[in-house]
Design a protein around this ligand. Structure first.
Ligand code: NAP
Length: 224
């Protein structure tokens, strides 16, 4: 019997783990879809397609053409457009949609979080003279460029080809570490006083939160 075709909307560690698990089960013909934001994505089990579908209608067309029987949305919790498109496309094509969304992190004893609702609010919450670890993807850093009274440490997987529009910043090419000691070393080497991040949930980006707790550093936490 031919295997059932599943489309995983990915771009997260959990999506990669799911692709491996379904591929291993021998019951599914697995395709993972990536947006194409990372130049060299880590290898994935099963097939991989890269790039946008051309909106919800494009995704519906992809589902029909490729006879997808099930879509699993394992995208990042802040990737809202693709999740909305998946809901529309699955409804239009009568395809089963499973959504696996990470729970947000909860505040623990010792956490010094300043909860905000937007990037703009996060930028305004920084005190003058702060040395900030901006733990955000490049498409989210624009709101902070007006804060020329602060210094920014920015970490990116793919280095930008042009200078960033900050008056004072340091850019490092790296992925987030899952080791709190490594994150703590980065924070202390750079004399960081504040962290800005979004409440993504999951394990992959949590080490910096543990490091901040241990160092007593405030985290400006952008909610969902
Ligand atoms: P988004 O705002 O929800 O999506 C913008 C557009 O990118 C979508 O309309 C779609 O284009 C395309 N797209 C997004 N995810 C796709 C996927 N898995 N496969 C094919 N096309 C996709 O998404 P985003 O926040 O830019 O995130 C893009 C990808 O990066 C997602 O796969 C997400 O899981 C991953 N990611 C995001 C974040 C984050 O902070 N947002 C963090 C880590 C990983 P079309 O309309 O043309 O189909």
């Amino acid at each position: 019997m031919p295997l059932k075709k599943v489309l995983i909307l990915g771009g997260t560690r959990e999506a990669a783990e799911l692709a491996a698990e379904l591929e291993q089960s021998g019951k599914w013909d697995v395709t993972t879809s990536l947006a194409g934001r990372t130049k060299e994505p880590a290898p994935l089990a099963g097939k991989v397609r890269i790039g946008g579908f051309g909106g919800a209608k494009g995704l519906a067309e992809f589902i029909r053409t490729n006879e997808i029987e099930k879509v699993i949305d394992v995208t990042h919790p802040f990737a809202k457009t693709i999740s909305a498109n998946a809901a529309f496309a699955c409804q239009e094509t009568g395809t089963v949609l499973e959504v696996r969304m990470r729970a947000p992190w909860g505040k623990q004893d010792g956490d010094r979080w300043i909860d905000v609702g937007s990037l703009e609010e996060a930028a305004n919450a920084l005190p003058s003279g702060a040395r900030v670890f901006l733990a955000l993807g490049r498409q989210y850093i624009g709101a902070f460029t007006k804060r020329n009274d602060c210094h920014f440490l920015i970490r990116m997987v793919d280095m930008p080809e042009t200078e960033l529009p900050f008056s004072s910043y340091r850019l490092i090419a790296a992925k987030p570490s899952s080791n709190p000691n490594e994150e703590a070393a980065l924070l202390s080497e750079n004399d960081i006083t504040h962290i800005v991040c979004r409440n993504s949930g999951g394990k992959g980006a949590y080490a910096k939160i543990v490091a901040a707790r241990e160092m007593g550093l405030p985290v400006i936490m952008i909610g969902r």
